[in-house]
Design a protein around this ligand. Sequence first.
Ligand SMILES: [Fe+2]
Ligand SMILES: [Fe+2]
Length: 192
Amino acid sequence: MVFFWINLRNRNKILSRLKATLDPERYKHSLRVAKTALALGKKHRLSEDKLRTAALLHDCAKYYSRTQFFRAAKKLGLKFDPVKRLEPKLFHAEVSAALAKNEFGVRNTAVLKAIKRHTTGAPGMSKLEKVIYLADHIEEGRDFDGVKKLRALAFRDLDKAIAASASKTLDFLIKSNLPIHPETVATRNYYL
Ligand SMILES: [Fe+2]
Ligand SMILES: [Fe+2]
């Protein structure tokens, strides 16, 4: 097993680096995702270090431009599909996982996978992946119709909350006339 833990010095290093690269709102969002993930994860006895690392770094590449996402995706050998071509921001989860590994030194595969899957979710997620996916959607700064209900549901039942969360995302994408990634549909169906 890969040795892994995040000590205070590492955590401070992550925080100062994130603060320097992300815009203030995204930085605050990452802190709130960590807070929510820790609260959600407690019930499921998940490692605080893993939760904190995955949550803090889940959007670490979010500042990339369209061109930077394309370049990074090519360099990393990521799979291009029609939706990602149209909306290269969707690469931010996979690129953030790569940055977490290469720039922040994260070696734990469970943490990297949670970062990688946080946007669309995926069928058969681990508990850590589920918590990061949900924490991103329900952190206290989120304000959409039904968010309070979704928060309460997440603390009762992770799987039901993921189905509801994916439904909300689909709703939003349709109303905003935005493309839908098939993985979001697969996530919804699986957890439904
Ligand atoms: Fe994200
Ligand atoms: Fe996020």
